[in-house]
Ligand binder design. Sequence first.
Ligand SMILES: C[S@@+](CC[C@H](N)C(=O)[O-])C[C@H]1O[C@@H](n2cnc3c(N)ncnc32)[C@H](O)[C@@H]1O
Length: 509
Amino acid sequence: MPAKVVVPSSSRHTRRIAVDKIHSVICNRVKDGDEQYLVRWNTESKTAAPPLSWHLINELRHCLEVVQDYLEERETSKKSVAQTRIESRKRKSPDSGYEIEHRSSPFHRLQQGSQTPSASRSSSVSSTTPATAVLSPDVYNGVLDIDQHGFVVCRPVSPDALISLSDVLTADLKQRAYQARVKDAEILMRNAYVQKLNKVPGPAVTLVNTVDNSTPSLRFRYINKYVLTAGVYQLEPATATGCQNCSPRMGRDIGCEYTKLCECLEYAAVDEARLDDEKRRKYEQALSKNSSMMGFPKKFPYFTNTTGAKAGCLVPFYLNSRNAIYECNESCACGPQCRNKNVQFGRKVEVEIFKTTSGRGWGLRCKQALHQGQFIDTYRGEIITDEEAERREESSSKAKGSYLYSLDKFAETEELDHEPYVVDGEFMGGPSKFINHSCDPNCRQYTVSYNKHDPYVYEIALFACRDIAAYEELTFDYLDKEGDESEDPGEGAIPCLCGALNCRKWLWT
Ligand SMILES: C[S@@+](CC[C@H](N)C(=O)[O-])C[C@H]1O[C@@H](n2cnc3c(N)ncnc32)[C@H](O)[C@@H]1O
């Protein structure tokens, strides 16, 4: 048996562990009133059993995302064990006392990953050694030390000095881990997430959970604009030439005022109701030749500041259509007050992330009532290539598709050189990541472009499609298709829990 190695305790209150140093948390317990977590350290060696050590939750405050991963898996394992018990009772299985050994759990996964000769042994008791001697949960087998910054570090260890994971993780320890208190960890995780939210620019983003003690993933990074990944290119800002014929002094000093003049609206939908016969003929010609729409009447997308409560809200022409919105940009001559700028200034409403009671995970709501057509936020994330999106989809769970949003608005109308890009909001994005699907939604997604020349990179902006009461959950239709017919669910379809009368029953078909 290897020597017992104890972490120096002189600086117990200040020592901490760096996230990149540890592989995972594999078990937990409460000892002397303290929450402790068994840490598996990263090791270069593929063959040696990994170093292990128990740590107070406070020492893991820089690794809370790893603790969170563990607690989520612990929940899943507990549920699967409970489920097995019910099933076992039904079947009256003679093996029901050993179900923990055979479940897919963090413990099980780790044994597979450790790749030691002993990993394939039973995870409960060694056949030759008394359980109390070898399987003491207090044994440390990492050679731990504290560096000059107060971080716990693990020195290289010889393989002979290591104890197999399968010996440490007794069935009893696992069972106790399922029951052990994790309250301190939950409080730390919650505080860490709130700190993250406090740094999000703009109106406050709050977090409420009256359902359970969970916290959204600490791995998520809040970003203010897209993050472009390998192989993704956005047109240079210089190509966004903007409108040069409009000016802040035009008419009522509201920037762009004449839609026929505004070059930013060149490709915006033509307001056909304002075409006389002659103009209609020219318009149809232009349409057939796919030529410029400059000079034809369009509509500005937003109500002006003179319209009271509706100021800045989408006008019905856009609200009730799928027409792309082209906003003016920084190069335009129209100035910052231009009525044709809105989404680019970002979210103006406070939002709250809350845990839903209907099994749809987290949701988002506004603390204030919203008007029909009011801008809420954009959907942000990493922009990835189509190939990368497929790779990510294949390598993750079936729910992954829910965070991928294809920028394919112009794929049918323009000759694109390559497949449209995809926004992945799973790991980085904004609070709008939490907006759930409804078949009877109160929000809708719109295409907003600041550069009419770029059909690949544009904003997905979420607007209220009807008046929304304060604290009513925000939802949008993930498919946003014409018609609401239900299709047969494909493989991996997720049942829709939106509860709407017109529910299509499946999230993805
Ligand atoms: C973009 S996320 C929305 C936020 C998510 N609820 C969360 O906790 O992160 C999409 C995922 O939320 C869940 N979801 C959203 N709307 C749902 C609905 N109507 N029915 C069931 N699950 C839903 C599904 O798991 C889906 O994959």
